[in-house]
Design a protein. Sequence first.
Length: 324
Amino acid sequence: MEAMMRRLALALVICAAGACEQALSVEGAEGEGEGPSAGEGEGEGAPPIEGEGERPPVEGEGEGEGEGEGELDFGAFDHAPWDAALKEHVKGSCVDYAAVKASATAGILLSGYLDAIAEADPALLPSAAERKAFWINAYNAVTMAAILQGLDANPGFRTDLDGFSFFNTATHRVAGADRTLDQVEHGILRGTLDDADLTAAHRAALPDGVDARLHASLNCGARSCPPLPAGAFAGAALDSQLDALARAWVNDPDRGAGAAGISSLFSWFGVDFQAHEGTGSVTAGVRAFIERYYAGDPSTIDFDTVMEYDWALNAHSEGDSACD
């Protein structure tokens, strides 16, 4: 009864946030008891060490080189609370963390969603796309919640403090286990950690191997990171969502590619772009990926320069042009 009342309260909050149809349809389906529900049953851009040109090693990692307007169908797992929180508090390329902290509605939405993903079993989701969407949404939601916690303890909080412990040490309950953000990103979504359980989850979510567009979808809370999208990912729309984000990222001269150079993500994770494009070298893979999505003349891009990564927090403030 307590769980049912909590779901109903969440549905009413989501209605107030503008996602009523999705929330009530999910609530009704859960109340009817038809079929199993997935909810019942080093960060993005692993960062370089200051003063060095390479990212730090990820423990256990092997060697080696928009959806359109309207309501999204989230499928078997309800991402509507997270979707509503994003729509309300993502401001351009930044997040209004102060508004999230001050909003009782946002608190209910975020805490309810975190409770749902904490013990969910994504293996029960009916498609690889829904499983992939689950892990991307989970990563981004946990990141936002952990940043809010960090800001409570330190108003000057950034995700690159203390040797990037935000990503490689702090754990969060996701899918029935305590996991670091690095384990979600590198183990499950990239599949590069030597761990049987993480590898099994990776193969279930990405049966065709690495998807380099993930680097445009995971938000690490830094200014140079591809912006957090103002909406949740949905399995049915995931391919078009990832394409849209990859295109927006590559065409952003400050975060993606342009006359000033290319993102550090292309340097840190070059092997992902090589695998994605099926090229014979990392350099060719990075270039092919960028040219696939770049809207202008690729000859204007300085492929030989890697732009410095700005780890300043992606916090929104009035009049901040960096958030446009």
